[in-house]
Ligand binder design. Structure first.
Ligand SMILES: Nc1ncnc2c1ncn2[C@@H]1O[C@H](COP(=O)(O)OP(=O)(O)OP(=O)(O)O)[C@@H](O)[C@H]1O
Length: 622
């Protein structure tokens, strides 16, 4: 069992301001990285959006000021009755209309550029996530922490970077707007500026706190979210429907689904309610502040201490100011949430990889084309986070071209040994040498290109039959002659020619016109895929015949003997009739090499192999 992992604890609900500020600092560290991504995705768009935003930031103050001039102009024109004053008012009205038009068009243009930027940025980030997934090693995929990070990153990272950049920009824009409006207001009432600022601080703090909380809920939810997806998957996948129906699993699985969903829903509702409550309370506070100040200003205007235009300006500025404060608040809330999500994305992108890099630079190379000596020297292996040994002190030498059969009960360590040979993991102790070179000193890509393998859990690609085979050698996937030859060698040609469109038939049930195959037929394609690697020096077949019928198995092995004549081969099988043709057979038990020898030698030895062989043989004879 994997020991429970320590997850970073969220700050407790009552965290001190200092702690929260420290958290915010960490959060705002995401900004440069995010802006760099935006720049990379579309720098022209970014420049345009920033320039337009600056213009838009200054417009509200300009419009409010022109509004004041209009009112004062009207009062003046009414008093003087001069045509020139009336004309001035009309010019001012036209000016304000012009400013409003610029504001509207600018807003639309920013919206359009933002949409374009969203596409480019989303694409860039998704590509980064997938590129990183390619660099991750098997151990990462088998680690649930890393897996959660990846799912978290994938979930919203394509929309979050733009959102973070835009929220930052919005804060900048509305802060400039507020500064310009405050400048206007300072002229007539410095106190009201103070009142606006003071009335918005509590709302600002509440927003930052609640959005932090909602992110934490999301992060904590990642493992449960995966469980929820899994439950959904059980009920909706074709591969599960038989068992779901037979065992009547529907109500049980659906019940678990509902339970988890309910929990999520309750958490979301609680945050939404608290947000609403804070919004209403703080909204009322600022409303009271506004009307209190309006009463003061109206009284001053009535006394003639300020002009009617000043009063209009106050109302306009306060309304615009309120709107700007509200926008900053929303942006701050969103910004915090976005930045937290981005920190998750960057954490994922920064997962250290390169554990597979060769220890020596440049990597050691070996002549190609013919197999080399393969040696295991005192190899022991423990999976990360596990206490028990999957393999223990294994020493074994395979001569070039030798065929080794590997047998052992479930969990004996057979597949683990294959993972070590492919350098998907490194031995915890001891070493594996190929051609006299430690695998850790070879380039893993070079090593893997020398191996053809059929895994126990081979993949059923929902592509055409030709591609299912051709993917064994991506450079040759279009080479039909080669694909047909590999199909023949792997014994899959019969399967393919019986398909409605032959090699061009799309396989599997996921896509329209997909043609489903039997397990044995899929397996034959997987074997053919391994045969795409003409130049493979080592062939590994991990239970290649589990789903193949007896006749198919016999055929495959005869062919295999011929084709693998000059290659080293390791065949893992539970069928002893299969492994007996190997030059030598290794019997693994509890991760240790218990017996090693030819079929004849092991039968004579009368140990575990002989016992198991007789058991199976008796089963066939009875
Ligand atoms: N990804 C993993 N993480 C942790 N432990 C693992 C992992 N894969 C396998 N193990 C453990 O390692 C041991 C050896 O497993 P392995 O898959 O090598 O057995 P096997 O001989 O191939 O069995 P089978 O015949 O069932 O395929 C088992 O105890 C198993 O629980």
């Amino acid at each position: 069992m994997t020991p429970p992992r320590l997850r970073p604890r969220p700050p407790p609900a009552g965290a001190s301001l200092k702690e929260r500020l420290a958290g915010a600092r960490v959060v705002f560290r995401q900004l440069p990285g995010t802006l760099r991504l935006v720049w990379e995705a579309d720098h022209r768009g970014a420049v345009l959006v920033v320039a337009l935003t600056i213009v838009l930031a200054l417009l509200p103050a300009a419009i409010a000021w022109v509004g004041k001039l209009i009112v004062d102009g009207v009062v003046e024109a009414a008093r003087s009755g001069a045509a020139a004053d009336r004309a001035r008012v009309l010019r001012l009205v036209a000016g304000e209309a012009g400013l409003m038009a610029v504001q509207m068009a600018g807003g639309r243009l920013v919206g359009l550029r933002r949409e374009l930027l969203r596409g480019a940025l989303g694409n860039l980030v998704n590509e980064r996530i997938l590129e990183k997934a390619l660099r991750l090693e098997l151990r990462h995929f088998e680690d649930s922490d890393v897996y959660d990070k990846m799912q978290n990153a994938r979930r919203e990272a394509s929309s979050r970077p733009l959102s973070l950049a835009m929220q930052t920009l919005a804060i900048g824009q509305h802060t400039v707007t507020l500064a310009a409006l405050s400048g206007l207001l300072l002229r007539i009432s410095p106190v009201s500026v103070l009142v606006i600022v003071a009335a918005s601080i509590p709302a600002f703090l509440a927003e930052a706190r609640l959005s932090g909380e909602s992110f934490r809920v999301w992060t904590w939810r990642a493992p449960e979210g995966r469980r929820l997806n899994y439950l959904e998957w059980i009920l909706t996948r074709d591969s599960h429907v038989k068992e779901v129906k037979l065992y009547g699993l529907g109500p049980l699985v659906l019940g678990r689904y509902r339970e988890l969903f309910r929990k999520f829903f309750d958490e979301d509702r609680s945050i939404a309610i608290r947000r609403l409550r804070a919004g209403v309370v703080f909204g009322l506070v600022s409303l009271a502040a506004f009307y209190g100040m309006l009463a003061v200003m109206a009284a001053r205007a009535a006394r003639g201490a300020i002009t009617l235009g000043d009063l209009t300006l106050y109302i306009a500025v306060f309304r615009q100011g309120q709107a700007a404060v509200q926008s900053v608040l929303t942006a701050v809330g969103g910004l915090y949430e976005d930045a937290l999500f981005m920190s998750n994305l960057f954490a994922y992108l920064e997962i250290p990889t390169g554990g597979e890099a060769p220890r020596l630079q440049p990597a050691r190379t070996l002549p190609r084309g013919r197999p080399q000596l393969l040696e295991l020297r005192g190899v022991s292996f423990r999976y990360p986070g596990r206490q028990d040994w999957a393999l223990r002190d294994l020493s074994l030498t395979l001569a070039p071209g030798e065929k080794l059969g590997l047998v052992g009960e479930n969990g004996a360590g057979k597949s683990t040994l294959v993972k070590l040979l492919l350098r998907l993991y490194d031995p915890t102790e001891g070493e594996i040498r190929y051609g006299g070179v430690d695998l850790r000193d070879l380039d893993p890509e070079d090593l893997r290109s020398r191996v053809g393998a059929v895994f126990q859990d081979f993949v059923r690609y929902q592509f055409t039959a030709a591609e299912n085979i051709g993917l064994g050698n991506p450079a040759r996937v279009e080479d039909r002659g080669r694909v047909v030859e590999a199909a023949r060698r792997g014994g899959a040609d019969g399967v393919v020619t019986a398909l409605p469109k032959g090699y061009d038939t799309v396989l599997g049930g996921w896509f329209e016109a997909g043609h489903e195959l039997s397990s044995g037929q899929w397996q034959k394609l997987a074997v053919a895929r391994a045969f795409m690697r003409d130049e493979a020096e080592v062939l590994i077949l991990d239970e290649p015949t589990a789903a193949i019928d007896a006749e198919g198995e016999h055929e495959l092995f005869e062919r295999f003997q011929a084709l693998a004549a000059d290659r080293t081969a390791i065949v893992i099988s539970h069928r002893f009739s299969t492994v007996r043709i190997a030059d030598r057979i290794a019997v693994l038990h509890g991760g240790r090499l218990e017996e090693l020898g030819s079929h004849r030698e092991l039968i004579e030895r009368d140990g575990r192999y002989a016992h198991l062989f007789r058991l199976q043989a008796r089963g066939y004879l009875d």
